[in-house]
Design a binder for this molecule. Structure first.
Ligand SMILES: Cc1cc2nc3c(=O)[nH]c(=O)nc-3n(C[C@H](O)[C@H](O)[C@H](O)COP(=O)(O)O)c2cc1C
Length: 204
């Protein structure tokens, strides 16, 4: 038996341990939800969130988490709607630029020349260039410490036709970038196929 590898143990309650740094470096790669919203006065807002995943398939619900009460969460509270826009490799600089701390009421899409178009089922617009988007109505917001976890009931999933192959969104067309730790980003993943075991005998 090989010697077990030595391990460092980090407890969040210990002085000097930066749990956020460790978690964001380990929970990778994270997909990026580029969230478009409207404020109560109808002004647009666009900001990336990598604390993002599917919460439920039936009913279809997605979630993202805002660390602090930022514009995105304030807008969702005010209007009850948002759109998650997906971004491909070519859009990386725009996604990053839209994360700058603009003033409340500033429209990142306007300021950064990002073309928006009407969504299908909700008022916030979607990013025209996005390969796909998920339109959502607010399901609930759960506060976890200083974070706001926003759950959205999916009202429509839109996918550009040039991304679909036999009705399936193809990775080679989506070409998503992802967020890793610190200032690291991930390029589109290499894809391979593996069938899932249907019964224990398949793997024993
Ligand atoms: C790729 C990327 C992912 C990010 N993910 C998150 C996230 O999951 N949660 C969060 O609160 N901020 C995240 N940020 C930072 C926000 O985008 C940034 O604070 C932004 O200014 C928030 O905009 P808002 O005030 O318009 O909501 C991320 C930034 C980048 C570049």
């Amino acid at each position: 038996m090989p010697e077990p590898a030595s391990r460092s143990v980090f407890e969040p309650s210990t002085e000097g341990v930066n749990a956020y740094r460790l978690l964001t470096a380990l929970v990778v790669p994270r997909p990026i939800a580029w969230v478009s919203t409207l404020d109560a006065d109808g002004r647009g807002n666009l900001a990336p969130h990598s604390f993002f995943t599917v919460a439920s398939g039936k009913p279809p619900v997605v979630l993202f988490s805002t660390l602090g009460r930022k514009d995105t969460v304030r807008n969702v509270e005010a209007t009850g709607e948002f759109v998650i826009n997906f971004s491909s490799e070519a859009m990386l600089e725009m996604v990053n630029a839209s994360s700058a701390p603009f003033e409340h009421g500033d429209d990142e899409a306007d300021l950064l020349d990002i073309t928006m178009e009407d969504s299908s089922t909700v008022a916030p617009q979607r990013v025209a260039e996005s390969p796909a988007s998920i339109e959502c109505r607010l399901e609930r917001i759960v506060e976890v410490g200083s974070a706001y976890v926003v759950f959205g009931a999916v009202t429509a999933i839109t996918v550009r036709d040039d991304v679909l192959v036999d009705g399936h969104p193809e990775m080679e067309h989506l070409r998503p970038v992802s967020r890793l730790g610190r200032d690291e980003w991930g390029r589109p993943p290499e894809v391979f196929h593996l069938t899932r075991p249907k019964r224990p005998d398949d793997v024993l």
